[in-house]
Design a protein around this ligand. Structure first.
Ligand SMILES: Cc1ncc(COP(=O)(O)O)c(C=O)c1O
Length: 435
């Protein structure tokens, strides 16, 4: 396969973007230096006409692939039928979607909708505090960009500190210590890091949360529609008080939800959650069509199949070049970890220069729209890309595959990505289910 120069035909478009958008560090440096134009299924084209294959489902937002016909048609029909937005926030479609969520997620007795995952997690924390009367919130994992949470993400800087929101870094000992010194605890909110912590960990966490008399919020923004039907909490046998949903809920149309036990959701009557755009009905139409398309499990099974083949193909390339790198574990949302992060970054750059969008540190979440030919091509390209990355970085052969090496690389990756303590990764990582 030929190696295209990195981003051909892009200089002008990037220059223009740099002049007027605030996107240098996060949108360009940390992702891809690409200005994108359009997508269809898992295919995407940049403004210079280069074609790529997306293995991220648009950061998890579109599990059915971009432009999924039944979803688009439902949105277009609803847009012309209803006008798209109504003067009041209670619409028939909002009620219908809340009913659908209640049947899909038994915990979702009541729900409230927003546009972003960040709004849903912030609302969940507010509801837990109002319901419990306590201020302290213990948190692990990413929950969005709002101040109460972002304060603990090192390189992102400290915005207005919320002194009552504390990161327990997925460490159950630290959770106990923080709950003891800072209790009473309103809630523990956790994002399941499914490739690093097994379901057994999640159940032990739930036991600890209950022991401290706190509410459990499972942030299912990433996992809710992708890990398993009914979400991560159902698969792991958890009974959270609240969940948050967003990615995949409306296959790319901006929509999120906080949902949960009626008694906790009813705290909304004693506070205020605002969202002008609960009046916009098209996201609800997109969500109803998306949930219908996901209902029989075929799409999830396809994501699983694509992910499993990619994991296998990537690991074969890593073994072929004796490179200390690993693709694991849950096929619909797996991670790729290199012992040498610089090599991992070079590998991903080489992959997108060959037309396969990968970003080091970014989870791979294939969509159900991925074509077999693109999957095969990606696996073949991985071998070339790795050879080029090894040459580019001057990294020699590294003996891969030893258990200890994987644990060390995973520990560093988990510390850097979501602040997990080395102790907790050491305790739980080996027990992760590898389907
Ligand atoms: C688990 C989790 N929670 C919350 C968010 C924030 O969602 P948004 O970017 O829509 O605000 C994300 C986004 O990646 C997420 O992965």
């Amino acid at each position: 396969m030929s190696t295209r120069p990195l981003v051909p035909g892009h200089a002008d478009a990037l220059e223009r973007a740099r002049r007027v958008t605030a996107s240098e560090k996060w949108d360009l440096d940390r992702r891809f230096p690409l200005v994108l134009d359009r997508a269809s299924g898992a295919e995407v084209w940049d403004v210079a006409g280069n074609r790529y294959v997306d293995f991220t489902s648009c950061s998890g937002a579109a599990p059915l692939g971009s432009g999924h016909r039944p979803v688009l048609e439902r949105v277009m029909t609803e847009l012309s039928r209803s006008g798209g937005i109504l003067p009041g926030p209670l619409s028939a479609l909002r009620v219908e979607l809340a009913e659908r969520l209640a049947s899909l997620f038994p915990v979702a007795e009541r729900s409230f909708f927003f546009r972003t995952g960040s709004c849903a997690t912030t609302a969940a924390v507010r509801l837990a505090r109002v319901h419990s009367g306590a201020r302290t919130v213990l948190t692990s994992g990413y929950h969005g960009w709002h101040d109460w949470h972002l304060q603990d993400r090192g390189p992102m800087g400290p915005p207005n500190r919320d002194p009552d929101s504390l990161d327990f870094r997925y460490d159950l000992d630290l959770l106990d210590a923080l709950a003891t010194t800072h209790g009473p605890v309103a809630a523990v909110i956790v994002t399941p890091e499914v490739n690093f912590f097994p379901q057994e960990y999640a159940r032990a966490l739930q036991d600890a949360v209950r022991r401290h008399g706190a509410l459990l919020i499972v942030d299912e923004v990433m996992t809710g529609l992708r890990y398993a039907t009914g979400g991560y909490h159902t698969a792991a046998g958890l009974t959270p008080d609240l969940i948050t949903l967003s990615k995949g809920l409306a296959n790319g149309t901006a929509l999120s939800a906080v949902a949960g036990r009626a008694a906790v959701m009813n705290a909304v009557e004693d506070t205020y959650l605002g969202n002008t755009y609960q009046r916009e009905v098209t996201p609800f139409a997109a969500a109803l069509a998306t949930l219908e398309a996901l209902a029989d499990g075929t799409a999830l099974a396809r994501m699983h199949e694509v992910g499993a083949q990619l994991i296998h193909g990537l690991n074969s390339a890593f073994a072929h070049h004796s490179t200390a790198a690993w693709a694991f574990a849950h096929p619909t949302m797996f991670d790729v970890v290199f012992a040498d992060a610089r090599l991992g970054q070079a590998f991903c750059r080489q992959m997108w220069s060959r037309g396969f969008l990968m970003q080091y540190g970014g989870r791979l979440m294939p969509s159900a729209a991925t074509a077999d030919a693109d999957l095969d091509a990606a696996v073949k390209a991985a071998d070339d890309a790795l050879a080029a990355a090894l040459a580019e970085t001057g990294t020699g052969d590294m003996q891969a595959g030893r258990d200890g090496e994987l644990l060390a690389a995973a520990t560093e990756f988990a510390r850097e990505r979501f602040l997990a303590t080395p102790d907790t990764v050491k305790t739980w990582f080996r027990r992760v289910e590898r389907p």
